[in-house]
Design a binder for this molecule. Sequence first.
Ligand code: GLT
Ligand code: MN
Ligand code: MN
Length: 388
Amino acid sequence: MSTEFVASPEDHFSFGLWTVGNRGRDPFGEAVRPKIEIKEMLHRLAELGVWGISYHDDDAFTFNGEDSLHRQEVDALKAGLEETGLVCSMATTNLFFHPIFKDGALTSNDPRVRRFAIQKVMRNIDVAAELGAPTYVFWGGREGVETAASKDTRDALSRYAEAIDFLAGYVKDSGYQMRFALEPKPNEPRGDIFLPTVGHALAFISTLDNADMVGLNPEVAHETMSGLSFYQGVAQAIWQGKLFHIDLNDQRIGRFDQDFRFGSEGIKDHFFLVRLLENSGYAGAKHFDAHAYRTEDVDGVWDFARGCIRNYLALRAKAREFDSDPRVAQAMAYSGVADLAEPTVGPYTPQAAAALKAETFDVESLAQRGFGNEALDQLVVDHILGIA
Ligand code: GLT
Ligand code: MN
Ligand code: MN
């Protein structure tokens, strides 16, 4: 393997503690790998040129632990970050593992569970602020149903919105510099999860009182599970100024949430995704939320982490090569790519409407135009295959 494609902190790569910490447990089998201590993880990640880490409260601190123990555990994580120079680029709450959340957390039918869940989030928001995390993620894994008879979805969404607005109020009132990022997923572990896709989540955000500080954390695997184009979801999130964070991994359509190594499956989709992130000026974390195959031992975990980074950097190099190829520029001009950036009619005025009504079109000749998309796309494939 060539030693090119080595990361540096300026690349803003990050990993969740639960990703390299994944021990290969699944619904059919127990852990296959030993636990890696957090300190060890931080050192290994720093050696790989990683910039940041993310964590759930329960990845690093005892569930519902006493204040004094909690303080010690927070201090230990802080010391590890200082020692390695890694930043905490995102924090989140585990609102899915403990049996108390079996019916949901922010949308449990039991108001006491909902209040406990919000308290759990506030406690960890305080820690996240202390660690300097700019983004706080909400993945509602248990916010959903198996049977639609069990919840009125309209009430569930009202409770969801109430909780997010309450917590946003808490962040603002505390003077924390932090934004929220909602992470959609269609199903698993619930039969149906609320806010199943990027589109549902964007529409939900627009109803919030604190919509200004709430955006998205879309994940490759989650959109792909439903057969949706992750690229299109991310592009729309960017267009709406709502791409606050991103979970990079890989996935085959129609499967359970596979969380594969970034770039291991959908290479062409990932080429376009990397090109979009790089060319859009997205400056946030490039966060790998994936894990090693269950076949792997601890060495395989680090092969996995290196692979995520390597594939991203390789695709970035391919995207740059593609964008600087004059044949691509020519093919794009033929397809009219830049023409779509020109306004069609401009803002409405009676004059503009009258002018448009008076315009004549040569419909037949317009209909005959070819857009050259075959040739353009072949250049994409040629670049990816290294035969351009
Ligand atoms: C869990 C899930 C991920 C979420 C994490 C954040 S936890 O592993 O599968 O997609 O991003 O809570
Ligand atoms: Mn995720
Ligand atoms: Mn996933």
